[in-house]
Ligand binder design. Structure first.
Ligand SMILES: *Cc1c(COP(=O)(O)O)cnc(C)c1O
Length: 372
């Protein structure tokens, strides 16, 4: 049993946060406070710098969860008179396709199976065959399965064909290196409560300044207009509408934690170790991950549903919950599965504790093996 009175969240977000991050929310800020204006400026700069985009990009935070930031970015940037090509291999890619259609952007998709990344060469052919495609949208880590899509090679194909690239980096930003100086991306979208390990309530996009400047007045929505949001920050440093003050303070503290850990490289190393302990540990109990190691991002692992008739996900979930660990149901369309996250303020000893708890639950529920 763990010491922490609250369950450890082995989920894709909200995540377990560090005590320092939660402590940062003890202070109230007024939205027009000098201190809050400075906090907003600091966090915006830190996000742009984290993506290595200080010379070319600006960051625009937005109230709400990650999907709000995705919808806002698409609504603000997409050209409704040209086509958008969405790379789909999971539920988040599908959601982006739906958002594109909702905002009235002509949309086409290049879909692969949930355990297959898009092929950059095939994408290049599709782009050459269809000059009306203005933008490509990629989900970096498709959290549905945990697959890591090939951002760098997709980005170079898209740039070579002279199109724009928008990346949903929701579940990778902060843990998997992204360098806007080397990787041509017009907009990178993420949120506070995944690999940045802050609390939920804020999404943001890091957008190429020139593209954002050219997008004035295009958005269909008042509250989701990132050009207007950005203009607000640039003119008086303030948010246009009530800001998530405590969330921003927590994010600033969480970014301190990321720095202390050695930045993105340090966080990546910890998550990779978490992921290895998880896959080896549950593997020793028979469980099999959906993805081969080469495609697996160290973010969340999808396990095939065990075939032992004693295994019932609801019971397994509840018994793990009683022992202090919350896991996640599967989200694949084809294969029955469950998921376990590796991200958040979670360390090697926590993952080992989780594996022990799973072993104990198996004994209690008389599950012989987690083999599919
Ligand atoms: C979490 C996530 C989102 C946003 O989901 P919200 O529930 O709105 O925070 C978008 N894309 C990906 C890949 C995600 O993992």
């Amino acid at each position: 049993m763990r010491n922490n009175p609250y369950p450890l969240l082995l989920t894709p977000g909200p995540l377990t946060t560090a005590p320092e991050t939660r402590a940062a929310m003890q202070r109230d800020f007024g939205s027009r406070d000098e201190a809050f204006i400075a906090l907003t400026r600091r966090v915006r700069e830190r996000l742009t710098t984290l993506a290595r985009g200080a010379d070319s990009h600006v960051s625009v935070p937005l109230q709400g969860s990650g999907t709000y930031a995705v919808e806002a970015t698409l609504g603000t940037l997409l050209d409704r008179s040209r086509k958008t090509l969405v790379l789909v291999n999971g539920a988040y890619g599908k959601r982006i396709e739906r958002l594109c259609r909702l905002i009235g952007a002509p949309t086409t998709i290049y879909e692969t199976a949930e355990d297959v990344p898009p092929d950059p060469a095939e994408l290049g052919q599709r782009l050459r065959a269809d000059p009306s495609v203005a933008d490509v949208i990629l989900v970096h880590c498709e959290t549905t399965s945990g697959i890591l899509n090939p951002l760098e090679s997709i980005a170079s194909v898209v740039a070579a064909e002279g199109r724009g690239l928008i990346v949903d980096a929701m579940s990778s930003f902060g843990a998997i290196p992204i360098d806007l100086r080397r990787t041509p991306i017009d907009a990178l979208i993420a949120s506070s409560n995944k690999c940045l390990e802050a609390v939920p309530g804020l999404g943001f996009a890091v957008i190429r300044r020139a593209r954002l400047e050219a997008s004035a007045g295009k958005c269909h929505s008042l509250s989701l207009d990132l050009h207007a949001q950005w203009q607000g920050f640039e003119t008086n440093g303030q948010w246009r509408f009530t800001p998530p003050t405590h969330v921003l303070a927590a994010l600033d503290a969480a970014l301190d934690g990321l720095d202390r850990e050695g930045g993105v490289a340090g966080r990546f190393a910890r998550y990779r170790e978490n992921c290895q302990i998880l896959i080896r540990g549950l593997g020793s109990l028979g469980a099999r991950a959906l993805l081969p190691e080469t495609l697996q991002a160290p973010i969340i692992v999808t396990f095939r549903m065990p075939s032992d008739t004693a295994f019932q996900f609801e019971k397994f979930y509840a018994a793990l919950g009683q022992r202090g660990y919350l896991i996640y149901p599967g989200k694949l369309t084809g294969v029955d599965s469950f998921r376990v996250g590796c991200i958040g303020h979670v360390h090697a000893a926590d993952m080992a504790g989780f594996v022990d708890a799973a072993r104990d639950v198996m004994r209690t529920l008389r599950i012989k093996s987690l083999a599919p």
